[in-house]
Design a protein around this ligand. Sequence first.
Ligand SMILES: [Zn+2]
Length: 353
Amino acid sequence: MKNERMYQELLELIRTDSVSGQEKAIVGKLAAKLRDLGFTVTMDNAGKALGGDCGNIFAWREGEREGSLLLCSHMDRVGEGFGIVPTERDGVLRSNGATILAADDVSGLCAILEGLRQSLSIGQPLPRLEVLFTISEEVGLLGAKQMDASQIQSKIGLFFDSSGPTGRIINAAPGMYFLGAELIGLSAHAGNEPEKGVDAAKIMCDMLSTLRQGRLDELTTANFPMLSTGSHTRNVVCDPASFKGEARSQEFRRLEEYVAYFKDHCLRVAAAEGAKICLEIEELFRPFHIGEEQEVLRLARRACGAVGLACLVESGGGGMDANIFNAQGISSVGIATGYYKNHTKEEYLVLED
Ligand SMILES: [Zn+2]
């Protein structure tokens, strides 16, 4: 059965242009909708810190009974988020092929708004409800990282931002580091006196060929796909060279162990072969894992059961805002909202979901 009110809101928000750092138009609409629902709405300074045009929205409504629940989605989209023309056929919504659809994450925004509307209309006592709509999620969870989480009273959170059918619950996601190295050798004429040079390109190759990478164990991976040298001619011993990549693990301890190994390995090879080295080691977000015994997962399972949805609890492969808030003690899971192939022009949303 189609919920016409929710469908029209979905179309309205999809047609509202938004991209990471430029979420102002959709922020205005969402803030007004939350105010209409009786929420106190605030915007933080995350946008200023990130050079964007607005901040995260944090809104709350005091409850009539004990408890507090955080509901979260993100307002930005990957590139090609402008001028979207949503088109429905046979219960599936797609773009016209020129852009993404932005069901990631407009479907999450709409799930929260309509869920609030229906919960409030029933008139039963509710717990304190907190709504967080973030900016710049798609470019590294930047809005969530800027959010002052001490404002959040909830100890549990539902993050409506996952692909797949409704009923799919993401209870784990890996943590991630950006890793890389810049090597400085010594240039010299390749024919006259190569022995006076220090070949940064060769040292980089030695470093990478002896570095453990790929599938490290069942929970941990590392990958270094970006290699470059500063040389544009053949007749010089290469002076600068650099490489970049990432490491992920479902377990933070293993990730930390790998990062320590990466650092030690690179410093050792560089010292042995006489290059200067500058390492890039940046923690992006931490992994999380929510066990069956935890309240937020039991709540999500119960809610699915109450509306007749089969639950599929599994781990996700990427990072989401839930990574940031789990690390700050707010026990959170991801909730799928029926979109598929997000971040591509083939993105679609199953309207029944
Ligand atoms: Zn998303």
